[in-house]
Design a protein around this ligand. Sequence first.
Ligand code: SF4
Ligand code: FES
Length: 235
Amino acid sequence: MSATIEFVIDGKEIQGQPGQTILEAAQQAGVYIPRLCYMKGLVPHGSCRVCTVLVNGRPQSACTQPVAPGMVVENNTEKVTALRRNIVEMLFVEGNHFCMFCEKSGNCELQALAYRLGIAAPKYPYLFPTRDIDMSHPDVFIDRNRCILCGRCVRASRDVDGKHVFDFVGRGPHKRVAVNAEVRLADTNLDVRDKAAEACPVGAIMKKRVGYAVPIGQRLYDHKPIGSEIENGKK
Ligand code: SF4
Ligand code: FES
């Protein structure tokens, strides 16, 4: 039997289990910690840093940091929110995100997070990179303009689907998601039912012909901010 680990987030006492991360223990207690590269069921990657919290005053990624007794965690404070705002703003300018033309709008975690954090327009200059779109697969496309390099597709394909369809290649500004075929997604063994086909938090990997199945205005984040399902105890 494992003992409970008690710690504090924003003054609220939380009880976690040994081996749980801060993000998981917080979520269980109805406290939302923003995240993008984290996805339930996938090994945490710790790459987007959106889940950054201050643990006893020091920044840590909540999706990878295990709980420890007596931790004092800052999550929903002005300082931490400002950090997250910066990260999300940089993600917006680093890619080509045109929400008004994107079929993921309303279901997009990046867009929803921007709204939740109160971002109207990024303060950084847009880079407008040249990225490619691969529509070759009959059922799934990848639009790298919208990719935030979260690695969820990579981990889902490798660890859940057992296929390794996606992986990162290149470094720095040249880093991108590649497929395990010479060039085209169509030449991989990706299937529309794969976890990797539904793991993308943005509109970079999407199933074809279902983008507008749910009308705009009736989508996941159209009425309630991202994270409210956790705060309302529904997740
Ligand atoms: S394609 Fe989507 S899931 Fe894959 S790394 Fe880019 S944003 Fe993440
Ligand atoms: S959600 Fe923790 S680093 Fe991305």
